[in-house]
Design a protein around this ligand. Sequence first.
Ligand code: M6R
Length: 608
Amino acid sequence: MIQLKSREDAVWLGSRSLCGIIGFTGNGDALGIVLRGLKRLEYRGYDSAGVALLAGERIWVAKRAGSVDELIRTVGELNAPRTGVGIGHTRWATHGGVSDRNAHPHLSCHGEVAVVHNGIIENYEALRSELESRGHTFTSDTDTEVIAHLLEEELSKHGSDPKEALTRVVTTLKGSFAFIAIGSALGSRILAARHGPPLVVGYRRDACIPSSDVLSFLELTDDAIFLENESCVVIGPGNVEAWLVSGERLELKPVKVAIEVADIEKRGYVHHTLKEIHDQRATLLRSLTAELGPIDEIAKAIRSAKKVFLVAAGTSYHACLIAKYVFAEIAGIDTTPVLASEYSLHSRWVDNSSVVLAVSQSGETADVLDAVRDAKSRGASIIGIVNMPGSSLERFSDLHLNVSAGPEIGVAATKSFTSQVATLLRVALRLSGSPIPFDPQRVAEAVEEVLELEQSIAEIARELRDFKDLYVIGRGIHYPLALEGALKVKELAYVHAEGLAAGELKHGTLALIEKGTPVVVLNPHDETYHDTLSNCMEVKARGARVIGISDEHHRSYDYFIRLPRMGSKYATVLLEALPLQLLAYYLALERGAEIDRPKNLAKSVTVK
Ligand code: M6R
């Protein structure tokens, strides 16, 4: 733990970060508000945390490696000042070790400015050399620290005009950043800038709360000002002024955020992840029945496009892979799923006759945003399929749909995945002009039936807890679900897991199957059933321990998780992820893994 009262004490190692940032200025206890906000932002990064408070002429800082709870405990032992101005940070490191010294906030030479930052300052080495040649002393290798020094320098020149000082600093920086700063000469004014990563201001007449995310201030206000990319901002209690570096003043309008505080609580569940798995009773029904905004315009754009790309990362990409089957089978439309981080290969085919459907829970994933920016510059229409209202992707898209899963706090995507699949299914159905081929209410009941299997899935997890490798196989539309199931097991339980197209086993991976190897076989009774069963027999013959997930039992299964009979392949697909999520959750529980915040991961991956 480091408690800094002056800049001279500070020596820490460099880092770049994803992270969550928050500030408070106004009528209230800044420390309590910032710490509570950091708890809500912890899903964005959780390897270190810190706060800075304006105490008269001085800035008080407390920061440490570890969780926000650890920071809270430590701050409780200190004599923190009571003040209405403060900032805070929770970190996900990409460079440099996790240590007290790497934690934000970072201070300028004389401790007059404190900064929290999300993103990367690409030209920080050059800036640092210049600053050092002008006499600034650096005590860390962080890119963030240059912001503090630059602000201190510019504020000393333009102290009476912080807008000018901020504009000059932002013009100097290259890279992707959102930062929030307080200064001893700024009083209750907070400076902030957004150039890439998200920044939103919670608005009240007597206070403002700039933050990475609305979830951090919902308890205080549901009025939010989403800042445009490239905004510079001066924030006071109840007032916000924003402009571009060109000097153009930006119109700001608070909007109501339609998220209830109750939606972000655990509501009696041990983990957010478990609660979110259970939420699917309601979320799937909502995603299947909610008003879908501009779905007709979207269908029209897709129909008239020469090429349709589905761009996403991680779990959202798996939803896109399922959508490829759904669009082809239901609407006769060919689509190209693209991993956002591999988009550059595909960009040459993107032009003004293309539609890019970008799928993202957070709407903030850097790789996805980079891809859509490029696609838009080539003339493509961008359709965002998002879960977080007001996200960067939503705002950047020409048209967007919200998948209606509600806030998802657990780092592992669960309910957002099934809602993405449901929403993409509805788009495909609108394209074909057909109604939903099953009763959405029946799906909600079937979710309940799968959730009733929770204890037997927990028992299977107990028996599998010590295995080092696990395989998940599926064919056709069940193949992306195999990928998704394996991803859940990896990130939640820290067990090596591989999702495979069932037919691919014999082309290599079968060599790894030996006595007792757990293989999850996704095999609902549809056109893929018999072929997948043959693949199941192949692993069985090599001694595999088979966990069958199907609506039909087979003697080859050592464990059987029964899916309800739905009479529609697409309804079954919506249910299939649930037992996989529960299996991964209980494996993680058995193995003592950190479930809501798996190690090394963050929910919103806002750097490349
Ligand atoms: O917010 P996004 O849907 O764009 O996030 C994409 C991935 O980072 C995300 O799905 C990640 O793979 C999850 N941790 C998986 O559970």
